[in-house]
Design a protein around this ligand. Structure first.
Ligand SMILES: NC(=O)c1ccc[n+]([C@@H]2O[C@H](COP(=O)([O-])OP(=O)(O)OC[C@H]3O[C@@H](n4cnc5c(N)ncnc54)[C@H](O)[C@@H]3O)[C@@H](O)[C@H]2O)c1
Length: 439
């Protein structure tokens, strides 16, 4: 058996002999496929979303930071299907399916379970399976591997290998890209860790970090995002306090940041499918072993309350300026969950829109990163696609720190409004003397 896996290792060195299957071609799976193809691997991609497969086949990108040229390139070096059976030709299968949460904030593992079942039906002796989706510590070994074994009737480490390697990309980040982020790699045995590490070392320039076991790698990923969420929640909490004390949070941060060991975070909306979600995976696991996650849950609560806090302060600014709130028209600039990306999944701006809508405040949105046709009609968002001839708004909330908003400038933003209006700059992009509120 060792001999066969060694042959696989040799095949990995000769990348052309190794065929990699990528399950789930979204924000993680598509760039990963491109990187493999650019490094001469043969790729077979699978996604349940037929529209995505059709777009790939037409050399069309559906992710803003991925060019049509790169999609054209993977079409040359890979094959893409919405039919799973083609994955059976692969030696290595990497799973990049979504891992969201349910309404009750519990891990929603259906895509992971469904894809593991399918892989189980085609798994061959000596195949290698790697999970990249973010999960709680223990999920790969407790949930996924038993499914693979059950559906394939093969035995882990005897017949096939398995490991976990979290994806750590940061949407919108032009500097830290897939190939220059150290890849954390784990396997259920030393052999699988080494084989998986050998594969990733062919595509990741930054290098590989091998963990002791799979659950360490799983825990490291959820910890990264949980730490960020907790840190931001602290700054969100103190920003509310400082506001009450008439202290400018950005001035406090600037001063505190002169200390060498101060960790700089800014207040804001914590959305998206990673930082807003992943802490709940850790909370779930903690509960399973009889522990309470007071700090994490408290932090999540603070971050989740921010849209309402912002709306209340925004509305209060109207009364401070003696403007009646009745029949007001508001422009929200920025819809995405963070700056300089087009992803609106779990965006907390949507919570702001819903809150203002309930208060009968009419809201229009503008975000050059989001096109109207891509917005789910169920969201009922009144989205404008250009700023030509717009005027007469009673207020603007600059909700996202897109660079383009700085280019537009506060003078122009003010020109969209009536003389007596309210401007709230959540991400503190503009000089505070030109706006009525910030965090
Ligand atoms: N987006 C990021 O920046 C990022 C960063 C780090 C980690 N992650 C993690 O990586 C995983 C994937 O995230 P993403 O942002 O790429 O999600 P995504 O929604 O953009 O892409 C997932 C893709 O999987 C497909 N899919 C769903 N169920 C499937 C199934 N059963 N079989 C095959 N395909 C299926 C979907 O159609 C979709 O195209 C998640 O666990 C996420 O938390 C994401």
């Amino acid at each position: 058996m060792t001999h066969i896996f060694l042959k696989k290792l040799n095949n990995l060195i000769d990348t052309k002999k190794c065929s990699v299957g990528i399950i789930g071609l979204g924000y993680v799976g598509l760039p990963l496929s491109i990187l493999f193809v650019k490094n001469n691997f043969k790729i077979i991609g699978f996604d349940v979303d037929k529209k995505k497969i059709a777009k790939i086949k037409k050399n069309q990108s559906y992710i803003e930071r991925i060019s049509n040229n790169d999609v054209g390139l993977i079409n040359k070096g890979g094959q893409f299907y919405s039919n799973f059976s083609n994955i059976s030709k692969c030696d290595i299968i990497i799973i990049c399916v979504p891992t969201p949460i349910t309404k009750n904030k519990k891990p929603f593992l259906k895509p992971l379970i469904e894809s593991s079942k399918l892989i189980g039906t085609i798994l061959k002796k000596n195949d290698v399976v790697v999970y990249e989706s973010t999960v709680y510590p223990g999920c790969t070994e407790e949930v996924c591997i038993p499914i693979l074994e059950k559906f394939s009737k093969l035995k882990l480490d005897l017949d096939f290998l398995c490991g976990y390697s979290p994806e750590r990309i940061n949407p919108g980040d032009k500097i830290n890209k897939l190939s220059n982020i150290i890849k954390i790699v784990s396997g259920t045995s030393i052999k699988s860790t080494n084989i998986i590490a050998s594969m990733y070392s062919k595509i990741i320039k930054a290098g590989i970090h091998k963990t002791l076991n799979v659950k360490t790698a799983e825990a490291s990923k959820v910890l990264e995002n949980t730490q960020r969420s907790v840190n931001i929640s602290l700054i969100n909490e103190v920003s509310v306090l400082f506001n009450k004390l008439n202290i400018k949070t950005n001035e406090v941060l600037e001063a505190a940041n002169t200390k060498w060991n101060f960790n700089y975070f800014t207040p804001g909306l914590v959305g998206g499918h990673c930082i807003a979600i992943d802490p709940y995976y850790l909370v779930y696991k903690a509960k399973q072993v009889g522990l309470k996650s007071n700090l994490i849950l408290g932090s999540q609560k603070i971050n989740e309350e921010m849209p309402v806090i912002i709306c209340k302060r925004f509305m209060k600014s109207f009364s401070k300026k003696n403007i009646k709130l009745k029949k007001k028209n508001i422009l929200i600039m920025g819809l995405t969950f963070k700056e300089n990306c087009s992803d609106i999944r779990e965006s907390k701006v949507l919570d702001i829109i819903n809150y203002l809508d309930k208060k009968k405040i009419s809201v229009k949105t503008y975000d050059p990163w989001v096109s109207k046709k891509d917005l789910d009609k169920k969201l009922k968002i009144n989205h404008i696609e250009n700023l030509k001839n717009i005027s007469g708004f009673d207020g603007v909330i600059i909700a996202v720190g897109h660079d383009i908003f700085k280019k537009i400038g506060i003078k122009k933003i003010k020109s969209f409004c009536k003389k007596n209006s309210v401007i709230f700059d959540i991400k503190n992009q503009f000089n505070s003397k030109y706006v009525d509120g910030t965090l």
